[in-house]
Design a protein around this ligand. Structure first.
Ligand code: UDP
Length: 419
């Protein structure tokens, strides 16, 4: 229950050559006022998916600027994660029902994790719905509690939201990726919106040479001289891997040399992963130019990087998406992305400038073909995409947003005390 995640060390100053000295100076000054603050992040997995990706950088950077930051993950029986995946799906709009047994499982595991909660904190940040229920069983003490919602709630299933809403309203603040994700009936003192971000200095995002990328990609049986279409995503219905395969088939008729890679990690809090992987494999059938890869087959961060670097076109055909870190990762490597017009994707894919926004299989195939046939334009879009990420979606901006929220919460507390 509730175990601490070990994170690497990171130095904010190391980011100065990328983001500039002024940004680093500003962050240090902002953090100075929060020095020594005890911050606890809690989520449901230390591996797989965007939240873990963000925390691996955010927690060390918070430490580097003087906060006493920690990250813990909850645990639970497989049934709990089946229930929380239903939460995830329903909150993104699936018409699912929520029976008494599922409610009981959710709250029971949240209570068990809450029983293992320890330490004194100034700020507790709970990520997504899985651990949110813990707040029901804890006294907040002197801590300010923040709920960070990473998913797209625009069409949230009302039964699930009505269950979660009173829990979320126990928090002091909530953070959403986009204004349109904030539920209209949410009553909370502080509601913020901010998109997530990527770390440009990780193995996944740091520059990798073309030679090394070729070696890695060929190691998985691909021909590096033929164009590669790539989607990097968990095997999840919202990421629409079946639609990607269908779009590839249309492209393949005109450009028989293309290969498709669907690369997905199996997150420990996502019990649907293997089922959906098998479903995708059945949909692919015998085509030897389609490669289904995942972390269990040795595709880790460096491999994701190599595929993104070598891909001719990156696809992210999501139909719902909180933000889609993979989009920022690909843009950072100078690859325009053909992506579903969903959730936080349009923040990153500026249609016609850093990629193309598409709805449906045929438009997706059409835009892939367009990029394959217009290499100059593709390069220009790639450059614009990298600049867009540099200016908006790097981890230094995320750190700044959190420092500002903590500062605001601290000021609110002080104001209440002085009343
Ligand atoms: N990811 C990975 N290996 C994979 C698939 C995904 O490392 O095979 C990473 C990906 O690079 C990104 C994160 O998992 O950093 C997925 O985040 P995103 O926001 O795109 O989607 P989520 O899974 O959170 O819905």
């Amino acid at each position: 229950m509730l175990s601490e995640v070990t994170v690497p060390q990171k130095g904010l100053s190391d980011f100065a050559p990328i983001v500039g000295d002024d940004v680093v100076r500003e962050l240090k000054s902002l953090a100075g006022k929060l020095a020594g603050s005890r911050v606890l992040h809690i989520n449901s997995t230390s591996y797989g998916g965007g939240v873990a990706e963000i925390l691996y950088t955010l927690v060390p950077l918070m430490r580097d600027v003087g906060l006493d930051a920690h990250w813990k993950v909850i645990s639970g029986e497989p049934e709990f994660f089946t229930v929380t995946k239903a939460f995830h799906n329903a909150l993104q709009g699936m018409p699912l029902s929520l029976d008494e047994k599922a409610r009981e499982t959710y709250l029971r595991i949240c209570r068990l994790n809450a029983e293992h909660f320890s330490g004194e904190w100034d700020f507790v940040v709970i990520h997504d719905s899985q651990p949110a229920g813990m707040i029901r069983y804890l006294s907040k003490g002197g801590a300010r509690w923040v709920w960070r919602c990473h998913i797209d709630l625009t069409t949230a299933n009302d039964t699930y939201w009505q269950f979660l809403d009173p829990i979320v309203e126990q928090f002091d603040a909530a953070i959403f990726t986009l204004p349109q994700f904030v539920p209209r009936d949410l009553r909370l003192g502080l509601v913020k919106t901010m998109p997530p971000c990527i770390d440009p200095m990780t193995v996944k995002n740091d520059a990798v040479s073309r030679d090394e990328a070729v070696r890695i990609v060929e190691g998985f049986g691909l021909d590096s001289k033929r164009p590669i279409l790539l989607q990097v995503s968990r095997f999840d219905p919202w990421k629409d891997p079946l639609g990607v395969v269908d779009a590839y088939r249309i492209v393949k008729k005109k450009r028989p040399e293309v290969q498709l890679v669907l690369l997905g990690s199996m997150a420990s809090d996502d019990p649907e992963g293997w089922d959906y992987f098998e479903r995708t494999a059945r949909h692919v059938g015998e085509d030897r130019d389609v490669h289904l890869l995942h972390n269990v087959k040795g595709c880790g961060n460096l491999e994701v990087n190599a595929f993104q670097v070598l891909a001719e076109v990156v696809i992210q055909k999501s139909t719902r998406e909180g933000f889609g870190l993979v989009v920022a990762e690909a843009l950072w490597k100078g690859k325009p992305v053909v992506a579903g017009k969903a959730g936080g994707i349009p923040l990153q894919v500026l249609d016609g400038r850093t990629g193309f926004l598409v709805e449906g299989v045929a438009p997706c195939a059409e835009r892939i073909l367009y990029l394959l046939e217009h290499p100059k334009e593709k390069e220009e879009m790639g450059r614009a995409g990298r600049k867009h990420v540099l200016e908006n979606f790097l981890c230094t901006r995320n750190l700044k947003d959190y420092l500002e929220i903590f500062t605001q919460l601290r000021e609110q507390t002080a104001a209440v005390r002085n009343r």
